[in-house]
Design a protein around this ligand. Structure first.
Ligand SMILES: Nc1nc2c(ncn2[C@@H]2O[C@@H]3COP(=O)(O)O[C@H]4[C@@H](O)[C@H](n5cnc6c(=O)[nH]c(N)nc65)O[C@@H]4COP(=O)(O)O[C@H]3[C@H]2O)c(=O)[nH]1
Length: 812
């Protein structure tokens, strides 16, 4: 060692340099070194700075030469080993620049050991010109083993292995000559327990893994090898190791890393990937090239695995979507879960709709994206079907009310922007209900389908037709030049719909009524327009059907009045504002009262007695006639129970009361509750009950007849085919309508009709009652014709029950 008194040497050199320092020049070499610091010469070197910027040693002491590894005199600094040259050059240049001593630390490596040197450069001047520098190099006490430092610097395993020769001199094993703590930790043993042991003694299973063969190869070929092997863990399970080995002379150095976690992760990924029930692929985010694809994707898309791997992500997109994909993928951060729906191209050229969920993954050591594909083609089709069903009528496939109103709202925005009016046509089929009732629903359904086909065919492409429900249709007629066009279209539609239909070989004829509302004049909202078109439709129907009406503001008032009446009517039944009047009918032969017809009155608190003609049609429309009719029947029977036993009571029954098949039960109940003989009750029905030969209603008539009550046909002669109805059911009585009686004296035609009806009654065994007899002449004519009974103001007006009773008492 040359550093024992080095601290003192250096101190002396510094002192000398400082003492000799002058403002005009640097100290001379002699002033700093010669004769005064004998021992310091051991650690110093004198260096000459040449004019070309290089440095050359003049001479050096033995300790300095030991540091630079050889003789110094005449050597150029740049020719020294790099660990000395770099630091020396830095120090020399710095000292010349600063004109001050410079202190540095050097770390040269010698034989695997690193030792720190303090290096001080003193700039000097010389008598013979040219700068001189004194370099002083002093080793510190500490010395580091490079191997130990490297071994300690990693938790990975590092080791040196010496070959072991078998019997025939062939290397077939290794001995652990050095290893670090990391290596010992990997196998959970101490360094001492492992050192100098044979590898295969320590780890017997190692031969089977091929690891020893790989190490032998590294030793023999002197080339680095890298391999993985698995080894049973002392704690159970298997651990995976990655080893890198290279030969150094007769030794093999090896690094060992435990890659079990990575392998397990890769294995789980592989399992997840390969066994996934969803198509998956891995692609390079930069080139979009496929890097892996699972079995389900191969099966789902129909490309072979090889085809898939040769494709880029863009290749599975239809041509028209490729640009959009390129743009999205070019974004710096691709959202991992956009949930967007994409179109993908299958091998057979078909297109599927998919949702793709992708995320960044590390795939075989490189950044990649893993994409999971959910095929939503079927789901989308179902959604489209459901959406269609939600907006269309199932029977005719026409838009339904929801879609119609949506379209109407859109049309209204268009109307507002372009000031071009539109029309809303509400269409109701005339007599459709009769077809449905008589020919059955299947025929009705087919008829509606044909109707929708005709409507579609009669409209322009720009117009829209919808089925709002039942036999109600509606049309939006857009961009009208003038309102009259809506009327022209209505005429055309009525004509088209009124043509005969062939439904399963049956000829069916219906008609249509149409109400028109104009946008924007007849309403600002879709609902208001539809409501007003509907009102116009009711007017068209009221006024004879088979026609159209434009909405008029006063229609609204009428409808409002009707609605108010409806509310009042419902209340009237609850609070008991209905009452009955009785009008006598008299036997022509005896001149005696044979019974009374019950006639309904509404005893309105403000309007007084309201005649039935003002409220019965509405009660029939809204179904209220059923409970009202029940009240009439029960009340009439109750009143008749107070009368003499030969007095009959006649009650009007509306066609609406026949619906629901409950009429016979009601009549039976009224008879039982009142206790009157069934033969005393006469039920008056109008022709509407027998319209279209309703079998169900005829069946009810037979049930009533079976109870023993009498059935009369009211208002005879006013319908279209009164005579034919007489064939449908054997009536007990025909009531000849008062319109014939009124003119019987003056109008020979009416007289002839009355005469014919009476004659027919006689031959069929049906009694005849003439209504509306107001004069003695009329009575005489009827008597002469042979009419059985008469009824009218001449014989008695409708009167309260009490008065009727008094009349009966007087007669008996
Ligand atoms: N000008 C004139 N009229 C006469 C004469 N004799 C009787 N009338 C009236 O003619 C109508 C005869 O009843 P309807 O033909 O069954 O016609 C009835 C009947 O169809 C219906 N109606 C009355 N009450 C009921 C009821 O309780 N149920 C049902 N469903 N309908 C009823 O209302 C219609 C009208 O009844 P009302 O106003 O009471 O009118 C009664 C009666 O007051 C006459 O000499 N000259």
């Amino acid at each position: 060692m040359h550093g024992e008194n080095a601290g003192l040497d250096l101190h002396v050199l510094y002192r000398n340099w400082r003492t000799a320092e002058r403002p005009t020049h640097l100290p001379l070499y002699d002033e700093v070194v010669l004769g005064r610091t004998g021992r310091a010469g051991n650690h110093t070197a004198l260096v000459r700075a040449l004019s070309d910027g290089t440095f050359v040693f003049a001479h050096a002491g033995p300790a300095f030469e030991e540091w630079i590894g050889g003789e110094a005199a005449g050597r150029n600094i740049e020719a020294l080993p790099p660990d000395c040259a770099h630091v020396l050059l830095d120090g020399l240049e710095e000292a010349l620049r600063q004109k001050q001593p410079v202190h540095l630390v050097a770390y040269p490596e010698r034989s695997g050991y690193v030792r720190a040197y303090d290096l001080v450069i003193f700039p000097l001047s010389s008598r013979w010109g040219g700068p001189l520098l004194l370099a002083y190099a002093r080793p510190r006490m500490e010395k580091y083993s490079l191997v130990d430092a490297i071994f300690a610097s990693t938790t990975g395993g590092l080791m040196a292995l010496a070959p072991v020769r078998g019997r025939e001199g062939v290397v077939d094993d290794f001995r652990l000559v050095a290893l670090n703590q990391g290596a010992a930790d990997l196998v959970s043993q101490s360094i001492d327990a492992l050192r100098w042991q044979r590898l295969t003694d320590l780890f017997p299973h190692l031969r089977g893994t091929g690891a020893v063969d790989q190490l032998v190869q590294a030793w023999r070929t002197k080339a680095a090898v890298e391999f993985e092997f698995s080894y049973p863990s002392a704690l159970g399970g298997v651990r995976y190791f990655s080893m890198r080995a290279s030969a150094m002379e007769d030794l093999v150095s090896a690094s060992l890393i435990d890659v079990t976690e990575i392998r397990n992760r890769e294995e789980s990924f592989r399992l997840l990937f390969q066994d996934s029930p969803l198509p998956m692929f891995v692609y390079c985010p930069e080139t979009m090239q496929m890097r892996d694809v699972n079995a389900v994707a191969v099966e789902h898309y129909g490309y072979s695995r090889e085809q898939f791997l040769s494709m880029s992500l863009l290749d599975i997109r239809p041509q028209e979507e490729r640009e959009r994909v390129r743009q999205i993928l070019a974004q710096p951060t691709i959202p991992s879960d956009t949930g967007d729906i994409w179109k993908h191209l299958k091998a057979d050229g078909s297109i599927i709709e998919v949702r793709v969920y992708s995320r960044q993954v590390d795939y075989q050591g490189q950044a990649a994206r893993l994409a999971v594909v959910v095929d939503v083609t079927e789901q989308r089709k179902t959604e489209a079907r459901i959406s269609f069903m939600a907006h269309h009528d199932a029977l005719t496939a026409l838009p339904n009310r929801v879609l119609f109103l949506d379209e109407l709202r859109r049309t209204l925005r268009h109307v507002e922007r372009h000031e071009q009016p539109a029309a809303i046509l509400c269409i109701d089929l005339d007599y459709f209900k009769d077809v449905n009732d008589t020919l059955g629903h299947p025929v009705g359904d087919k008829l509606l389908q044909q109707v929708s086909g005709r409507l579609r065919g009669a409209l322009r492409e720009n117009d829209l037709v919808a089925r709002l429900g039942g036999d109600e249709f509606a049309v939006i007629q857009r961009d009208l030049a003038e309102p009259g066009e809506a009327g022209m279209l209505s005429d055309r539609l009525i004509a088209v719909l009124s043509q005969p239909y062939d439904v399963d070989g049956q000829m069916v004829v219906i008609g249509a009524s149409i109400g028109i509302a104009m946008a924007p004049t007849d309403g600002e909202s879709a609902d208001a327009l539809l409501k007003n078109a509907d009102m116009a439709l009711y007017r068209a129907k009221d006024e004879g059907r088979g026609t159209f009406r434009y909405f008029q503001p006063e229609m609204d008032a009428r409808v409002k009045a009707r609605r108010a009446l409806e509310v009042e009517l419902r209340g009237a039944l609850v609070v008991g504002e209905f009452t009955l009047r009785y009008q006598p009918f008299v036997s022509v032969e005896t001149g005696k009262i044979t019974g009374f017809e019950a006639l309904l009155r509404w005893n309105h608190p403000e309007r007084g007695m309201v005649p039935p003609i003002e409220f019965i049609p509405l009660a029939e429309d809204i179904g209220l006639i059923v409970p009202i009719g029940e009240w009439v029947l029960r009340q009439a029977c109750r009143d008749a129970a107070e009368w003499p036993e030969d007095m009959r009571v006649a009650v009007n029954i509306s066609a609406v009361q026949f619906k629901g098949q409950k009429l016979a039960n009601l009549v039976a109940s009224a008879l039982t509750m009142s206790g009157i003989e069934p033969g005393r009750l006469e039920l008056e029905i109008t022709e509407s009950v027998l319209l279209h030969d309703s079998e169900a209603n005829v069946a009810v008539l037979h049930q009533l007849r079976a109870l023993g009550v009498r059935i009369s046909m009211d208002d005879f002669g006013t319908g279209y085919s009164s005579l034919s109805y007489l064939r449908s059911f054997p009536f007990d009585k025909i009531k000849i309508d008062q319109s014939f009686v009124r003119e019987i004296v003056d109008n020979s035609g009416d007289a002839a009709i009355v005469s014919a009806v009476v004659g027919m009654g006689v031959s069929l065994g049906i009694s005849t009652t003439a209504e509306g007899v107001e004069t003695a002449e009329q009575l005489e004519r009827l008597r002469a014709e042979g009419c059985t009974e008469v009824q009218g103001y001449y014989l008695g007006r409708p009167m309260p029950a009490g008065e009727a009773q008094k009349l009966m008492a007087r007669q008996s």
